[in-house]
Design a protein around this ligand. Sequence first.
Ligand code: HEM
Length: 374
Amino acid sequence: EPSATSLRTYTTWHLTRYDDCLTALRDPRFVHEERKYLAPEVCEEPGENISSLTSSQRNWMLFKDPPDHTRLRSLVQRAFTPKIVQNLQPRMEHITTMLLDEMEAQTEVDLVQAYAFPLPVMIIATLLGVPMQDREQFRAWSNILFQSLDFLVSDTTWEQASQAVDALRAYLRDIVHERVKQPQDDLISGMVRARDEHGKLSEDELLDNCILMLAAGHETTVNLIANGVYLLLREPEALVQLQRDWTLLPSAVEEILRYESPIQVTTRFVSEDVQLGDVTLKKGDYVSPWLGAANRDPAKFTEPDRFDITRDPNRHLAFGQGIHFCLGAPLARLEGQVAIKAYFQRFPKSTFVGDQAWAFKPSVLTRSLAHLKL
Ligand code: HEM
């Protein structure tokens, strides 16, 4: 961050075992708000800008600990009901049909651009109540935002990310004001209602947690859809099995999430000394729980490198665990199921095109296909 005046160095522990990752996700000694725990000489004021979070990210429930996390999550959860998710299914089916119609005219497509990418952003825009005509602009801002999160490989600068966040905030603020006057059947109206009935949610917190839904729910779901089609084409026996029995679809989606986890790694800060196995993690250290590695841990999963769409049990960590367990998991699961089934029903004989039909992005945070030519 440009305003930062000093650098801190951290010891970071990379956790790759399932059980260690679970501990880091569930144990309250692993936290996000490092500012609360740092010594005064490192952080004089509790609100001092020492981390690389943008001003919006500081209000995200994802980066908060209780009690703020509990308050923010319960208010958003009140609005993000199972009924809202179910009601989105016809819209998902409509969008997939439209995209598949467009693909039908072509002999070769990049599935990422033509199919996996447009669906999630259109669904989140619908969920939040963004009007149709603004969706392209909305999509451009969300791309910048998501790229900036993958900071190790991203070309997006901190300034670009901040500008996109400011523009999104201003845009969403107008929608919030409209929904206060005229509530509709969307998530923002639900959040405004939750705020008015249960209080304790500032306007910035409301806006920034809408931005979180957008950032958290966009590229992750793109990856689930694209990775799913890619895996099923690489494993033709699994595809045939699924095409014979579509009741296997939910467990196939869980196996896709385990096998090629869209989010590979997350982070936590150690708030007090913790003994993990034979090492002591010191207060002030960082940990990186590698969800993608935990999901292939042989101590937890039999034949972890085998893609098995009937795997049971399949307690993968692709959506995290504990208090930050993905709030959008039901939506992502439904989108993945609708999109993968619709694709293979329309194009049952789809094949890879050329020797370089796919390439993964060089990302540490996500398991994302750069392209998938079919
Ligand atoms: C949290 C993965 C889709 C909203 C998380 C976390 C993971 C994750 C791993 C926890 C991170 C941590 O503990 O550090 C995924 C994957 C998705 C997906 C793999 C798609 C396949 C979505 C969607 C939405 C969403 C569609 C919303 C529309 C959220 C939110 C949180 C979250 C709000 C923060 C929850 C909290 O802090 O309490 N997600 N996500 N996600 N996700 Fe998702």
